[in-house]
Design a protein around this ligand. Sequence first.
Ligand code: ZN
Length: 441
Amino acid sequence: MRRGFILFLSLFLLTTKAFGFELILPKEKKSITTSNYAFFVGKAKSSECLSINGQSVYTASNGAFAHSVKLKEGENRVVLKTAYGLVIYKFYKTTPEVQPIPTEDFEPAKAYVNKDNTPLRSTPVDTGLNRISHLFGGTHIIVNGSKGSFYRVVLGKDKIAWIAKKDVTITSESFCPADFIDMDSERYKNAIIQTITFSKKLPYTIEDGEKEIIFRVYNPELSEESVYNLNIPKPEKYTYTVNLEDGKYTFKVRKLPEDIKDITVAVDAGHGGMEKGAVGCLGDEEKTINLKIAQQVADMLLDKGFNVVMTRECDADLPLQDRIDIATKNDADIFVSIHLNSIGDIPMDIHKNKGTSVYYFNNNAKQLAEVMEKEVTNSAGTRDDEVRTASFAVIRPTNYIGVLVEAAYMTNPMDSVLYRNDKWITKAAKGITNGIVRFCK
Ligand SMILES: [Zn+2]
């Protein structure tokens, strides 16, 4: 059985190879999909003669090519043609039916948060930039409605938020409203610390405003007007943390150290081990290129005088939370995650899905992302694929300034010429390093 399969597989590879090309995508000759586009990514033997559905396909000097075909509802036939013959791929496109989810109102009910680090969101969706804060386990909240897998949380007058149903337990226990106990503020050379203490855990939100960070603690059980605002002025480059112990919330806004020798940078090579990341036109694995760049970034930063910690130094599996923990335990001020991009479900335009983009989640990393985008595109000669916001786990913490660099596109034929070249790896590493140096100065 297994032998037969291997024989079949090698015959299949031989046949496409015999036609003058090898494909990374699609993986199957026949598939059912909900995507709007079918992507063809791979390597061709000859640059002139590959066409897809009659359209000639651009092939880079190393044979890499990438092409997309817009799919219509139902059966789609895509013909790949070379001078050696043609191969047919079939896609069956279906559109999943989306039922509108109703919002249900109910009488206010008491609930508590099950565990630490539970996202409180501005909308009832588990994605994107809608996190308002992360609540502590045991926080008492009031919910008065639901939508899909979320409860609506009452914070104050006209102020609501959403929390995943799985993260809370509704209870019939009677809670007493929290008592306000104490408030304090301390100012240090490099940090401002404000504390506020209650008799129990309450929900809070964080707004990173123009000139200050506003922490709001809500006590809706007492009254809808019961909100405590702590406005902390923020320095130009900063990190912040929220801690809770025995009802005492400690909000700390810290200034980035001015001297490079006092700054710690966590360098994170994306993916690793079983998790290969994106696969390039010629079969290169993203995890390997990420590590090559990351090692050089770490060396260059050490040379400049920074303290450096690498999340992984070899080809190993490393969960996202471990990467965050390594940075946090080492008191990292800056976190840079190194990746190469791939195509999503968007029209595949080789001139667009190309180049460098830098992502950030928190406002405190916007400036670093912008500087890094400039420095990497300058140094590595890549297209400016813009600075964007995204909710990637490793750049969500606020105890460091976190950015994620997509140095180039694994699936772009022109970029594949770059990332396969060791000189380019060094140029990309230099760009990332320069970005950090310029930001810190
Ligand atoms: Zn990646």
